[in-house]
Design a binder for this molecule. Structure first.
Ligand code: 5GP
Length: 197
């Protein structure tokens, strides 16, 4: 896909349960630049309260596969070995570009590496929990996963951490407000900085 030089892409990854969703919400409210969240497609079923087209575009495995073969995804991956697929639709990036916004992609490491390949100018941010022990504690206090899923997420997080160095920025999510402020500062700097398309 051609990449218009004015298109700004922000990629945010980090272990699930590290407070990513909260950070994303805060960022959308406080960003110093126009920022829109890319709504991913997924084959995982909606959780209570999740609306189609709002949190995700919920697709059947067949529909996902059809769109994948049709080349409609910028990137897609089976995340956390869950058996569920997640992907960023090209049409989402196009929609956000037409809005004149920067696209915020909250995606896993595999997808993020692919996006960085496609858009070398992408602002990639890895959100890190202060320590593995604290991460485990956060996951446990959330209490929404079985022990098996929790262990799988811990292993994935440990694995993903190895890729943190591939991101342009690494932000420690020690305190929500502080982490959001740091990311806003990054975006401000990128806005006024020496960006080359
Ligand atoms: P959840 O099922 O908890 O909503 O999301 C699980 C994981 O899927 C998250 O860690 C998130 O980063 C990842 N994810 C969500 N959307 C996408 C996407 O479009 N592409 C990729 N590669 N990962 C995604």
């Amino acid at each position: 896909m051609s990449t218009p030089s004015s298109l700004r892409v922000v990629v945010l990854s980090g272990p699930s349960g590290a407070g990513k969703t909260t950070i994303v919400g805060e960022l959308l409210a406080k960003s110093p630049v126009p920022l829109s969240l890319s709504i991913s497609a997924t084959t995982r079923p909606p959780r209570p309260g999740e609306q189609d087209g709002d949190h995700y575009h919920f697709l059947s495995p067949e529909e996902f596969q059809r769109r994948r073969e049709a080349g409609e995804f910028l990137e897609c991956a089976e995340v956390h070995k869950s058996g569920y697929w997640y992907g960023t639709l090209q049409s989402e990036i196009q929609r956000i570009h037409e809005l004149g916004s920067w696209a915020l992609l909250e995606i896993d490491v595999e997808g993020a590496l692919r996006v960085m390949e496609l858009y070398p100018q992408a602002i990639s941010i890895f959100l890190q929990t202060p320590s593995m022990a604290e991460y485990e504690q956060r996951l446990r206090s959330r209490g929404s996963e079985s022990e098996e899923v929790l262990q799988r997420r811990l292993r994935t997080a440990e694995n993903e951490l190895k890729f943190a160095a591939s991101y342009r920025y690494c932000v420690v999510n020690d305190q929500l407000e502080r982490a959001v402020r740091e990311i806003c500062e990054i975006l401000s700097r990128e806005d006024t900085g020496s960006h080359v398309g």
